[in-house]
Design a protein around this ligand. Structure first.
Ligand SMILES: Cc1cc2nc3c(=O)[nH]c(=O)nc-3n(C[C@H](O)[C@H](O)[C@H](O)COP(=O)(O)OP(=O)(O)OC[C@H]3O[C@@H](n4cnc5c(N)ncnc54)[C@H](O)[C@@H]3O)c2cc1C
Length: 418
């Protein structure tokens, strides 16, 4: 039997970042996953370190948008009809967080995390020797319709108040950055502080290598075997039982499976999303991720090709994939950028772990001071992994946290079962 200070359950970008930060504080840490590190949700994201995020994507409040979503006409959203009764209470809670006042409240509570996101990644990337993967080329958002651009006014004003910089570009300005884009949009916003990576899986693996170099252990095992004894907790792995003083639940969309064993429950839903890689025609290149705002998809240059990622799908986490959105947005993407053939036969699917207030849970489990939770990073798990790792490490080692951790406490969901 192995003894360790902390066992981190889940080796996605969040769990790996937590494990690495704990190892940097000289704690003995074991990282446990049932598959290889970074092969869950963290495998397939758009690779954007979204430091400029101001507001979470809102629940549609206007009737035309709602009607488009309800009738499966909206490229950015899909849902399974049979799943609607189960997700409806969560959607109502999510909707309640989509008023302008509450969006602003969320923006203020999330700013301490987003504002450090790029710097925290940069520090780990340098330590891990993974500089090759990082791009400091910003994020370009394109608007085909004037009204879609006008609707960003609230976000732009808030960005200015928060000191988040951006540049408004016309078609020529945007094409000066990305010459391969067809001039079929009217406006662009260039978020220059945003960074991105060319292979999220390789990044997670690089952080794991750094963790191992610091003495960390990576083992295969089932997190659901976690049990609490009188003094310690223990988990079964392929290499035997591991006993630890603390456990961290960083299981992304699967976190509630573990919490249920301790009579805890977060109002965690998933927003499923898909990606597929494409070759390019001629010698077309893309230097940074592009959002086609009116069509709800992102094109991101990756080592594997141009990765097209979709918006959200509300469906059971474990239901078979229904990648209709890839087909829905592909004609628009092909008109914007010279995509050639798809590289894989089938799109990849992931499930963003989401809480209705769009804030993650980072902190101790109520009533279980030995159990820590790091989950619910929604659209920003890659972005917020390292900053989450630092916050957990600060709290666990009794260091003054770099920001007030109260907005991320699990207790805010006490009426749901926390
Ligand atoms: C299409 C798409 C695009 C996205 N784009 C971006 C982006 O550009 N930028 C950004 O910041 N975020 C993005 N995201 C969101 C981001 O990918 C997620 O928030 C993030 O990957 C969540 O990380 P995680 O570590 O919490 O979960 P995961 O990566 O899912 O890790 C959880 C781990 O737990 C393990 N696990 C589960 N159950 C068990 C068990 N019983 N025993 C052992 N192990 C278990 C899994 O194997 C997995 O490795 C995107 C997501 C999608 C789907």
């Amino acid at each position: 039997m192995e003894r360790t200070d902390v066992v981190v359950l889940g080796a996605g970008i969040v769990g790996v970042s937590v494990a690495l930060h704990l190892a940097k504080r000289n704690l003995a840490v074991t990282l446990v996953d049932r598959q290889g590190p970074g092969e869950g949700t963290s495998y397939g994201n758009a690779g954007i370190i979204e430091s400029a995020t101001i507001f979470p994507p809102p629940f549609p409040r206007d009737i035309p948008t709602l009607a488009r979503v309800a009738t499966w006409q909206a490229p950015e959203a899909n849902y399974h009809l049979a799943f609607l009764p189960r997700i409806a209470p969560w959607l109502l809670a999510y909707r309640s967080w989509s008023t302008p006042e509450r969006m602003m409240k969320t923006a203020k509570m999330m700013r301490p995390l987003f504002s450090r996101a790029v710097a925290e990644h940069e520090a780990l990337i340098v330590e891990a020797g993974a500089e090759r993967l990082l791009r400091r080329t910003g994020w370009l958002k394109l608007y085909r319709l004037e009204e879609t651009f006008t609707a960003t006014m609230f976000e732009r004003r808030a960005a200015e108040d928060f000191g988040v910089t951006f540049r408004l570009l016309d078609v020529d300005g945007a094409r000066a950055l990305e010459p391969a884009l067809a001039p079929i949009f009217r406006r662009a916003i260039f978020w220059d502080q945003v960074a991105s990576v060319s292979d999220p899986l390789a990044l997670t693996r690089a952080y794991v290598e750094r963790f191992v170099a610091l003495g960390g252990r990576v083992l295969k095992g089932d997190a659901l075997t976690l049990r609490r004894g009188p003094q310690t907790c223990r988990v079964e792995t392929a290499e035997g039982r591991v006993e630890a003083g603390h456990a961290v639940a960083a299981l992304g969309p699967w976190t509630n499976d573990l919490l249920a064993n301790f009579r805890l429950r977060l109002p965690l839903a998933v927003k499923r999303g898909y990606h597929r890689h494409f070759a390019t025609r001629g010698n077309a290149t893309l230097r940074r991720p592009i959002l086609d705002a009116d069509n709800g998809y992102v094109l991101a240059p990756m080592d594997q090709g141009i990765r097209l990622t979709t918006g959200v799908e509300f469906a059971d986490r474990d239901a078979p994939p229904t990648p209709v959105q890839v087909g829905r947005v592909l004609p628009a993407a092909r008109r914007l950028f010279p995509l050639a053939a798809g590289i894989e036969p089938q799109p990849w699917m992931g499930a963003r772990p989401c809480l209705p207030d769009s804030r993650p849970v980072i902190g101790q489990a109520p009533g279980h001071p030995w159990l820590w939770i790091a989950t619910g990073h929604a659209h920003w798990g890659l972005t917020l992994g390292p900053v989450t790792g630092r916050l957990i490490a600060d709290m666990m080692t009794g260091t003054k946290p770099f920001c007030d951790p109260a907005p991320y406490r699990a207790e805010r969901f006490s009426r749901y079962g926390m």
